[in-house]
Design a protein around this ligand. Structure first.
Ligand code: IYR
Length: 239
């Protein structure tokens, strides 16, 4: 674990037993209705401005910023608190090149026959192509691995729960934090992406889940002119 990212709380928490189980006091930051409304509106506007970006700047980003991002992602909830994830951070240029070459080999196949007609049509507005230069341009690639099961030091296997949900939520935390720090990313899913486990020499219980380049956008950065579904189409209230 990085030495500059604290895994510990600032002060010793209050502890007690409830029904024979250890509990700690939940330190709650309370906000009144007016504050929630004001901050909720601000946060909603800030996060509505997030976009998937494909035009990355190669300008360096401090490693510590990436460590904070990963540490935010690992704060996510998970099934039975198993934390079934590994975040691999790649900045090594030769490794990025290998990842790009392997991803492009797969994507070439996808764009030349593996994706069906409807899929190709659905991707038209994004102008995506099989070439993935951003995999070398972005200063960091965060490759998120899911762990369908754990293996302890003695080689004994144990199950994890709701692994896709857990790792998906952790990626959501990560994407939100990347945006709030003024950086950009893309949820890239080169498919199939088992080549990542090989290139990064991951153990047998890890499967590549998502590849997230992290960068600043280029100065004159453009994204597809697409709209989100209206609120009323995606939200249903039962009062
Ligand atoms: N994985 C390919 C194709 C692709 C698929 C979806 I679904 C997208 O939203 C975007 C692209 C690629 O990365 O180009």
């Amino acid at each position: 674990m990085p030495t500059n990212i604290s895994g510990r709380r600032q002060k010793m928490p209050d502890k007690k037993q409830i029904d024979g189980l250890p509990f700690v006091r939940y330190e709650h930051v309370s906000k009144d209705d007016a504050t929630m409304l004001k901050e909720g509106k601000q946060l909603e506007q800030e996060l509505q401005a997030r976009r998937s970006v494909r035009e990355f700047s190669s300008e360096p980003i401090p490693k510590e910023v990436i460590e904070y991002l990963v540490s935010i992602a690992r704060s996510s909830p998970s099934g039975a608190h198993k934390q079934p994830w590994t975040f691999c951070v790649v900045s090594n240029p030769e490794l990025k090149k290998k990842i790009r070459e392997a991803a492009e080999q797969e994507e070439y196949q996808n764009y030349h026959g593996r994706m069906n007609k409807d899929w190709i049509q659905d991707l038209k507005p994004f102008g995506t192509v099989w070439q993935k230069p951003f995999l070398e341009i972005a200063p960091y690639l965060i490759i998120v691995f899911k762990k369908p099961f754990d293996i302890d030091a003695e080689g004994k296997k144990s199950q994890n729960y709701y692994v896709n949900e857990s790792v998906g939520i952790a990626c959501g935390f990560l994407l939100s934090a990347i945006h709030q720090l003024g950086l950009v990313s893309l949820t890239h899913t080169p498919s199939p992406m088992n080549f990542l486990g090989g290139l990064l020499e991951r153990p047998e219980n890890e499967r590549a889940f998502l590849l997230i380049p992290v960068a600043r956008p280029i100065d004159d950065c453009w994204v597809p002119d697409i709209e989100r579904k209206p609120f009323d189409e995606v939200a249903v209230f039962y009062e």
